[in-house]
Design a protein around this ligand. Structure first.
Ligand code: FAD
Length: 319
């Protein structure tokens, strides 16, 4: 498979990609296939597959006591990525995260992906565990996406964690991107520091950056300017999410630390129900996408979780 940057470069005109979540534990994959099939007629360039760490949950037992168990709500990223890539014949991009994984588990995932012919990745630190106030690295795991990059780079050079030389090398290397935050990562002391950390990830081999969602394109344009001034020269793929419910008016800023501009917040305040909110969300997302393309964006990434029909409307309107 080509690298994402070459796929975007070779594509005639602006393209798009989208992100899916693996099915909830115990659910089948058919619903996910149906969602992807909705978007296939519009010629997406690739599909990202998220990864979810395991969480501590308390289960009630017959005797009225609670049992503490560790559970992954959405397992199967590697398998889902392989199933999508085989079925739809476009690259699947699994997210590889530090959170909740040991380095050894990551190595096994890289070996599986190598066997499966999946060579595009997105490397991330991952979300904190729900029961922890701040991110804690897993024992035997990585603390930052940059540490994970080190492991993938070593794998690309043909060496396992213990320094043993691999003989599974097929000559295919993983190419990977990392995350960028137009409105700054929540833990970073300031934007300049956040961009300096991002520059280090690019210098260590990240081939592109994909952004956190944003609802005001000025944040993206300012971010790109700051990155370019800092010497970051890789593609910075803008990512959008169509708003699909009234609840997201307060939920998105709280969870993702992003602002909703007054123009769209005001329109959402006038909505009587989620159906009306979805219409506002589609219009706003399409307006953002058109503006990004007019300003030179070669590809746009969509966060499609719970929003596949809205993404479908947007790509129909814009591409
Ligand atoms: P890092 O690069 O480790 O950065 C985290 C913080 O540490 C930042 O403040 C940064 O400035 C700072 N920093 C970076 N490197 C260093 C260093 N070497 N030393 C000291 N400080 C440093 N989460 C999931 O759990 N699963 C997913 O599938 C997932 N997909 C995502 C996809 C996209 C496109 C984006 C934008 C986010 C995604 N996330 C996902 C959320 C992401 O994991 C969180 O935002 C996380 O808090 C940060 O990840 P990161 O890779 O940017 O971390």
């Amino acid at each position: 498979m080509d690298t994402l940057t070459s796929i975007i470069d070779k594509h005639n005109g602006p393209g798009f990609s989208f992100e899916v979540l693996p099915p909830l534990r115990g659910r089948g994959i058919d619903g996910l296939f149906e969602n992807v099939e909705r978007l296939m007629p519009y010629d997406p360039l690739y599909i990202n597959v998220t990864t979810h760490r395991s969480e501590i949950v308390y289960k009630s037992m017959a005797d009225g006591l609670y049992q503490k168990v560790t559970e992954r709500s959405r397992p199967g990223t590697v398998a889902v990525a392989a199933a999508l890539q085989n079925r739809f014949k476009i690259p699947a991009v699994p997210h590889i995260i530090c959170s909740g994984y040991t380095k050894a588990e990551t190595e096994y995932a890289l070996i599986d992906l190598n066997f499966l012919g999946i060579n595009n990745l997105l490397l991330l630190r991952g979300d904190k565990a729900k029961h922890e106030p701040v991110f804690q690295s897993t024992e035997g795991g990585h603390a930052h996406a940059s540490d994970l990059q080190g492991q993938v780079n070593q794998f690309n050079d043909g060496y396992l964690l213990d320094g043993a030389k691999m003989d599974i090398c097929t000559g295919v290397r993983f190419s990977y991107g990392v995350a960028g935050y137009p409105e700054k990562h929540e833990e970073s002391p300031n934007a300049a520091m956040d961009i300096a950390m991002l520059k280090a990830k690019v210098d260590a081999g990240a081939g592109y950056i994909v952004t956190q969602m944003f609802f005001d394109n000025r944040h993206y344009y300012d971010f790109v300017d700051k990155c370019r001034n800092a010497g970051i020269d890789v593609p910075i793929i803008p990512a959008l999410k169509p708003i699909v419910s009234l609840r997201q008016l307060t939920l998105l800023p709280r969870v993702f630390k992003v602002d909703l501009p007054q123009e769209v917040a005001g329109e959402l305040m006038k909505c009587r129900d989620d159906k009306e909110a979805k219409e506002v969300g589609v219009e706003w997302c399409a307006t953002q996408a058109r503006d990004l393309i007019a300003n030179g964006a070669k590809s746009i990434h969509f966060y499609s979780h719970n929003a596949v029909r809205s993404v479908e409307k947007v790509v129909k309107m814009v591409f």
